[in-house]
Ligand binder design. Structure first.
Ligand SMILES: NC(=O)c1ccc[n+]([C@@H]2O[C@H](COP(=O)([O-])OP(=O)(O)OC[C@H]3O[C@@H](n4cnc5c(N)ncnc54)[C@H](OP(=O)(O)O)[C@@H]3O)[C@@H](O)[C@H]2O)c1
Length: 251
């Protein structure tokens, strides 16, 4: 493989925003996309679907369950062996929990959205530090903005999703922490809200998809466009911040 290619590793790329992002980057010849997915079957299916579109870039698969330390370590070792570095880490894997109790929702949601992203960042940071142009993008949500949660004019004011909101607020602290830890070693770090888009995030299949469409959700291709803009340097002035497609959110 051309060693000048930009190596992009995306967690949770078997569907939704992660898949659309992998598809978009793979259309560009200067990228190699590593699809990270917890299911081997879904990950390999995603890669073959993208390959069937005859992309200009290249693509491969690595199994990763962000709630499992061994899986994270094995994924980092596989990427190290094959590529020796990661230029762009996108912490995208995320869930909304349907556990019955608030305690259960908090535990499930934090395990994936926050703890998972933190451990992936820590484990993959040596690979980022081996890159000359390293970027880390944490896929957050406007629902994680403390500023918007306290703003009666915001659509997120009184949003009924405490576990998800707290998990993304904590992820934003991960962004700040990693930006401070790695920024002076050349790693650019952002949180990015991908917008309200049509995916299976609620885990309710076609019903959830139709609800999102009815509420005006956009295409996840728009989220992918925003991520490409960040990676291509168009948001460098806002490094270390909490971005959305058209601007910056308050933390
Ligand atoms: N959709 C929106 O409107 C929206 C808005 C703001 C933020 N976001 C954020 O965007 C990110 C992507 O979500 P999405 O909307 O694209 O939802 P999605 O279609 O449900 O995709 C989520 C992806 O994460 C993967 N995943 C879940 N748990 C995982 C784990 N333990 N290890 C590895 N992968 C795991 C899923 O894999 P499986 O296929 O195996 O389940 C799936 O590929 C999330 O962080 C979400 O919070 C979404």
């Amino acid at each position: 493989m051309d060693s000048n290619k930009t190596i992009v590793f995306i967690t949770g790329a078997s569907g939704g925003i992660g898949f659309e992002t992998a598809s978009l980057f793979a259309t560009i010849s200067s990228y190699h996309v590593i699809v990270g997915a917890r299911s081997i079957e879904k990950g390999e299916k995603a890669v073959s679907e993208i390959k069937s579109q005859k992309p200009q870039g290249t693509i491969s698969f690595v199994q990763i369950d962000v709630t499992d330390d061994k899986s994270i370590n094995d994924a980092a070792a596989a990427v190290e062996k094959d590529f020796g570095r990661v230029d762009v880490l996108i912490n995208n894997a995320g869930i909304i929990s349907h556990a019955e109790s608030l305690r259960g929702q908090l535990r499930e949601t934090f395990e994936t959205n926050t703890i998972g992203a933190a451990v992936v960042s820590q484990t993959f940071s040596p690979l980022l530090l081996s890159s000359q142009k390293a970027k880390m993008i944490n896929i957050s949500s406007g629902l994680g903005s403390i500023t918007l949660t306290l703003d009666p004019k915001s659509p997120y004011y009184k949003a009924p999703a405490p576990a998800y909101m707290m998990s993304k607020a904590a992820m934003n602290m991960l962004t700040a922490y990693e930006s401070a830890r790695l920024g002076d070693q050349g790693v650019k770090v952002w949180s990015y809200c991908p917008g309200y888009v049509v995916t299976n995030l609620t885990g309710t299949g076609e019903k959830g998809v139709q609800e999102r469409i009815a509420r005006g959700a956009k295409s996840p291709k728009e989220s992918a466009d925003g991520l490409l803009a960040i990676v291509e340097g168009k948001r460098d002035a806002d490094v270390g911040m909490f971005l959305h497609k058209d601007g910056i959110y308050g933390w």
